[in-house]
Design a protein around this ligand. Structure first.
Ligand code: SF4
Length: 487
């Protein structure tokens, strides 16, 4: 048969433009508005031949899912499209502040220094300038995430920054959240009292090998110590009468191969270990630049499977990356986190500040400084004006490079309405802010997670759907929001 004789697919005129992907036995169709439906291979064959008869079973199914033009609520579709991108109108809301470059422990060395000598700790005056700069953001919501190194090693500046932020925000009245990103190890009672009294959210950042089975006596001791520290935090939250389902130590885990070399069972064991500690929310990530062909995705999906099983039994933790995707897939809401936005959050949604007050487009961009690459440096808190920063040519380039619909692979991907890739990460790993999605581990991870989520949604199991609906709801921890001039 000659090429010219092959039947050419011709989508029905009534079908909204869709991208497709096989998920399990069925084919997922998604529209640019984020509407989605599953069709069978036979139904897809009919659509390819242009067959979509008004009133047919297929018509009714697609119309109910927003995929038939004449039955689409255009006003609602447009409103939903903008709701998902609400963040582009708000300005940077997430501010990562590196208060120290020193790692955990009294004798720990600072992170590798860039060519220009950076102080190991942020000074009190720089901390004030960072707060003052962040408060100039046009965003009505503001999160100051205090990071390191290990910020517990620089508590004098943490305390100063927190108090300065609370005092200054009395005039601004923004919905302000203060977050400490810490390994938590051996947190002093006085520091814990301070953080709890100032309503600072505590997020534990850990290496997931801590929870690997058979990791040895050293790990056993470290795990027991972590459990004791978590219990101390939870005890204080309980003392304040806070709901343990919402108020607990949130955990961010980076999982190098040593954490999952045992296979998928390690993912389930990890979720069980976190659940036993009362940690009801966790985020799992691979180390940057992992080979997409590694077994990481199986490990991650096994963890999700275990969380779903525990959710079915009534008490499952939620994994944050999955919850973020679900929030967009099911909730038609903008991602609260900055990592999966399109266009990217770079500067317009997030900023990062190094110890010396230098400002970067994101924390990923800031970390490149340690490799001697200041490509994402925008200015500093002492001299740069907010407007200069927002209109910086680097920011414009990052926004342009990160629009999913403008990426060759993403334009044809059904997950584009819910997905985003940090251009700084593409630059760090592939040398290009546009990135090459076919070789991108971030893309492979996002695709793998969304495959898992849509496979679960496609099962049509009401109980599973209820668990996924619950994961998709934002966790509103009002206690941590300092919102009024009186707070
Ligand atoms: S990054 Fe990957 S998963 Fe996300 S939209 Fe692009 S191709 Fe799809």
């Amino acid at each position: 048969m000659r090429l010219a004789e092959l039947e050419r697919p011709a989508a029905p005129a009534e079908l909204v433009p869709v991208n497709q992907r096989r998920v399990g036995e069925e084919i997922l169709l998604t529209s640019p508005f984020g509407d989605w439906a599953f069709v069978t291979p036979a139904e897809l064959g009919a659509l390819r031949r242009g067959a979509l008869e008004r009133g047919s079973e297929l018509w009714n199914k697609l119309a109910a899912r927003g995929l038939v033009r004449s039955e689409l609520d255009v006003a609602e579709a447009v409103a939903g499209f903008w709701r998902r991108r609400r963040f582009v109108e708000h300005g940077p809301s997430h501010h990562v502040v590196v208060v120290t470059r020193r790692g955990p422990g009294p004798s720990a060395a600072a992170a590798p220094e860039p060519a220009s000598a950076t102080p190991a700790d942020m000074s009190a005056s720089t901390a004030e300038q960072v707060v003052d700069f962040a408060l100039r953001s046009t965003s009505p919501e503001l999160t100051l995430a205090l990071a390191g190194g290990e910020p517990l090693g620089a508590m004098p500046v943490v305390r100063h920054l927190v108090d300065h932020a609370l005092e200054k925000n009395r005039a601004y009245g923004k919905a302000l959240e203060l977050v400490l990103l810490t390994g938590l190890a051996g947190i002093a009672d006085a520091d814990l009292d301070f953080l709890v009294a100032r309503r600072v959210r505590i997020v534990a950042r850990l290496d997931a090998t801590l929870f690997a089975r058979g990791a040895g006596a050293g790990h056993e001791a470290a795990r027991a110590a972590f459990a004791r520290d978590v219990a101390r935090v939870h005890e204080r939250y309980r003392g304040l009468g806070l709901d343990p389902a919402l108020y607990h130590v949130e955990v961010e885990l980076v999982a190098p191969p040593a954490a999952w070399v045992e296979g998928a069972g390690a993912g389930a064991a990890l979720v069980d270990a976190l659940g036993a500690l009362g940690c009801r929310s966790f985020a799992l990530s691979p180390p940057e630049g992992l080979d997409p062909q590694s077994g990481y995705l199986d490990f991650h999906r096994a963890g999700l499977g275990r969380a779903r099983a525990l959710g079915l039994a009534g008490a499952g933790p939620r994994e944050r990356h999955a919850a973020l995707f679900l929030r967009q897939i099911l909730g038609r809401e903008a991602p609260s986190e900055v990592a999966i936005r399109s266009p990217a959050a770079s500067a317009v949604g997030t900023l990062a500040y190094d110890c010396d007050g230098r400002i970067y487009t994101s924390d990923t961009g800031r970390r490149l400084r340690d490799r001697g690459d200041d490509f994402f440096h925008l200015g500093d808190v002492a001299t740069t004006r907010y407007r200069e920063l927002m209109t910086h040519e680097t920011v414009r380039a990052l926004i342009f490079a990160s629009i999913r619909e403008a990426q060759p692979d993403c334009a044809a991907c059904p997950y584009a309405p819910y997905c985003g890739i940090e251009p700084e990460q593409s630059y760090a790993l592939q040398g290009s802010i546009f990135g090459r999605m076919r070789e991108s581990f971030a893309c492979a991870l996002h695709k793998g997670l969304q495959d898992w989520l849509f496979a679960e949604l496609g099962r049509g199991d009401a109980a599973v759907r209820a668990v996924l609906d619950a994961w998709s709801k934002p966790e509103l921890r009002a206690h941590f929001v300092h919102s009024s001039v009186a707070s």
